[in-house]
Design a protein around this ligand. Structure first.
Ligand SMILES: Cc1cc2nc3c(=O)[nH]c(=O)nc-3n(C[C@H](O)[C@H](O)[C@H](O)COP(=O)(O)O)c2cc1C
Length: 224
């Protein structure tokens, strides 16, 4: 299994989120997965311009790393999203990446892949953020297998306890084992099916404005 991880902390792999991600990846590697981490920093993925061109052509007009990251995810089997809690949400870096995936959402282009989300915070509130990240994954076509949130303020010297390391390892294992066993969650499948119906209606309604997406749905999804 090939797993891409998108790290939304501007503080790099040694950051709290980067270190937690490493523990998750240990669990995934234990079952033979290969893991690549893409760190979002600087201008690697710029904010969306809202120009709608991706819906028209299938490509973003901005010349940064987004399209190459998208290509790597398309070629992978799994995606992990990792972010610090920045004011009750994901970091701006990760949000920019998520916004740039608007065309991916419309086509649910990552269909068939498996994923997970992790968040670290200073004082808490990770759950609504991991829920949001996993909801995003579902709308791209990815089945999330779980999530982990860690409140750094509860830890001595910001060191993960054995329990947290174990939870992270187990999440990495679950990601690979779900992919290997093609495990599906009824709850996730229901949400995905509802979003698919919504997108099918939207793309059909906007068929003149968004020819790439209309063509995608007709040729690859059999939409009439
Ligand atoms: C801009 C900014 C906003 C933050 N907002 C919150 C917050 O709303 N709630 C919270 O508990 N921690 C907040 N924190 C603390 C970080 O979530 C926490 O230190 C996190 O572990 C940092 O992750 P990193 O080391 O991977 O960058 C904030 C930190 C920064 C820099």
């Amino acid at each position: 299994m090939k797993i891409i991880s998108i790290l939304g902390s501007p503080r790099g792999k040694k950051s709290n989120t980067g270190r937690l991600l490493e523990e998750v990846q240990k669990g995934a590697r234990h079952w033979g997965a290969t893991c690549e981490t893409i760190q979002l920093k600087g201008a690697s993925v710029l904010p969306c311009l809202g120009c709608d061109k991706c819906h028209v052509t299938g490509w973003c007009v901005q010349k940064d790393e987004f399209e190459s990251i998208k290509g790597k995810i398309l070629a992978a089997d799994g995606l992990i999203l990792a972010s610090p809690n920045y004011i009750f949400s994901v970091s701006a870096q990760l949000k920019a990446f998520m916004d740039r995936c608007c065309g991916v959402l419309h086509c649910m282009s990552f269909e068939g892949k498996y994923g997970a989300s992790i968040v670290t915070s200073g004082g808490g509130d990770e759950k609504p953020i991991t829920d949001y990240m996993n909801h995003f994954l579902i709308t791209t076509g990815i089945s999330p297998v779980g999530a982990l949130g860690v409140t750094m303020g509860n830890l001595a010297d910001e060191q993960f306890t054995d329990e947290i390391r174990g939870q992270a390892f187990a999440l990495g294992e679950e990601l690979v084992l779900s992919w290997k066993g093609k495990k599906r969650s009824k709850r996730v499948d229901k949400k995905m099916a509802a979003f698919k119906t919504r997108m099918e209606w939207l793309i059909s309604y906007r068929k003149r404005e968004w020819p790439y997406e209309y063509d995608f749905w007709r040729t690859r999804r059999g939409m009439k």
